[in-house]
Ligand binder design. Structure first.
Ligand SMILES: Nc1ncnc2c1ncn2[C@@H]1O[C@H](COP(=O)(O)OP(=O)(O)OP(=O)(O)O)[C@@H](O)[C@H]1O
Ligand SMILES: [Mg+2]
Length: 412
């Protein structure tokens, strides 16, 4: 039980951490790409402006300032193109050429095949008449920027994974530490329940035997006193069963310590049918069974007997006269299933999950309870789970219920 809570806690912790780290990584990536891209745009705008300013056409011949050496441009994935006023290309430097409308003021991102290129085209203003005499276009491939962002993505992704792995290991240790006090108190509570139930056995036995002796020699007793003794004896029977149930529930962990043997569930069920047939007939309930052969499971015969006795007892208890209780079995390679189906009062859908809770009963008013303490199904589930199996229930109010126990087939 604690193992499951521990893993749930760890999982929630990791989900929260992963969400926080992802949001953080997205923010870092956004800020980084934005600043890198605006830096590139500024650089390109400056390059285009300075190329436009230092270019001049003299009688159709282009003269460019010395600072635009081909080497500098190509080494940085940049390119420059000069056009005359009729948009005819006059000269070029670098390799990344693009086609763009003339006279664009802002650097624009354009797709060139697989590559993304940033480009800007500015007019060249003549120094004499201050009118456009041509155009200069600057462009730059964003490949290196994309590679840098890709590296950042890898870095952030692997950073998140490493952080999650380390936090997972740390979280495992932390949840173990956090659950320790709860585990210890739970163990102490279990031990207390076990000790209390154990200690209650002797005084209960003493009261029971005294009541039995008193009833045995009740000839001289007033009838009202005899009734009181009978009430005491019946209450003691109920209390004895309750303390035994509590002791068993407190010790369910130790069931695994019992030596498991191969148990044929057909024997267990046949024995129980004989045992409960009389009660069924008395209550006008038809108790029948269809049992397969070789229902062999590995387990403790006494405990398994208890499982099916509880289910049959419930079916008979919660089924009115003229009803039916049917036991069916099935067998497959891995599982052996036993279902106890009745045509009784049924269970409301909202209560289906609660039937296995300790002390839970559909009729919450204790005065109306038909015997029982509400521990039967909790014990049944604990024993089935200790045997590596599961128990499920389907039911319809007013129509009946079906409890199905699945246990591992000992043949596999
Ligand atoms: N076959 C059934 N049909 C209808 N209701 C059922 C059936 N089996 C169980 N229940 C409901 O689930 C509750 C819990 O069952 P559980 O066997 O744990 O306790 P109980 O039968 O009341 O008492 P105990 O088994 O301890 O004598 C019952 O009180 C009843 O309301
Ligand atoms: Mg019961």
């Amino acid at each position: 039980m604690f193992q499951k809570i521990r893993y749930q806690l760890l999982l929630s912790y990791l989900v929260v951490l992963a969400s926080v780290l992802t949001v953080f990584a997205i923010a870092v990536r956004l800020v980084f790409t934005q600043s890198l891209s605006s830096e590139k745009r500024e650089e390109l705008a400056i390059l285009a402006k300075s190329a436009a300013v230092s270019s001049e056409f003299n009688h159709g011949h282009l003269s460019v300032g010395n600072e635009f050496s081909t080497n500098r441009l190509t080494s940085r994935d940049e390119a420059l193109q000069w056009f005359d006023i009729k948009q005819k290309m006059i000269a070029q430097q670098g390799e990344d050429f693009v086609t763009l409308p003339m006279a664009m003021d802002e650097p624009t991102q354009i797709q060139k095949g697989k590559e993304t290129v940033l480009a800007i085209t500015l007019p060249i203003i003549g120094s004499r008449d201050h009118r456009p005499i041509g155009y200069v276009r600057a462009s730059e491939s964003l490949e290196s920027m994309e590679k840098t962002i890709e590296k950042l993505d890898w870095g952030l992704g692997s950073g998140i994974l490493v952080a999650l792995a380390l936090s997972g290991m740390g979280g495992l240790w932390l949840t173990r530490q956090a659950m320790k006090p709860a585990e210890i108190s739970f163990q102490q509570l279990k031990q207390f329940t076990a000790d209390a139930s154990h200690e209650l056995r002797s005084p209960l036995t003493a009261i029971k035997s005294n009541a039995a002796v008193a009833l045995k020699y009740s000839e001289g007793m007033r009838p009202s006193d005899k009734e009181k003794f009978q009430a005491i004896a019946s209450a003691i029977n109920q209390m004895t069963r309750l303390t035994e149930d509590l002791l068993l529930l407190a010790q369910t962990d130790q069931i695994t310590n019992l030596k498991p043997a191969v148990v044929d569930l057909a024997d267990v069920l046949n024995h129980l049918i004989v045992l409960y047939q009389h009660q069924a007939t008395a209550n006008q309930i038809q108790l029948s069974a269809q049992l397969a052969n070789n229902l062999n499971v590995l387990g403790d015969a006494v405990q398994l007997n208890r499982v099916f006795a509880n289910l049959i007892e419930n079916a008979l208890r919660y089924t009115p006269a003229k009803g039916k209780v049917e036991i069916q079995t099935y067998i497959n390679h891995h599982q052996i299933g036993v279902s106890v189906k009745d045509t009784g009062i049924g269970i409301a859908p909202e209560n289906l999950e609660r039937v296995f809770d300790r002390f839970w009963q559909a009729d919450q008013s204790r005065s109306h309870r038909v015997g029982g303490s509400g521990l039967g199904l909790a014990i049944t589930q604990a024993i089935v789970q200790q045997h590596g199996g599961s128990i499920t229930v389907t039911s319809e109010l007013g129509k009946g219920s079906c409890f199905t126990v699945q246990l591992p087939n000992s043949a596999t």
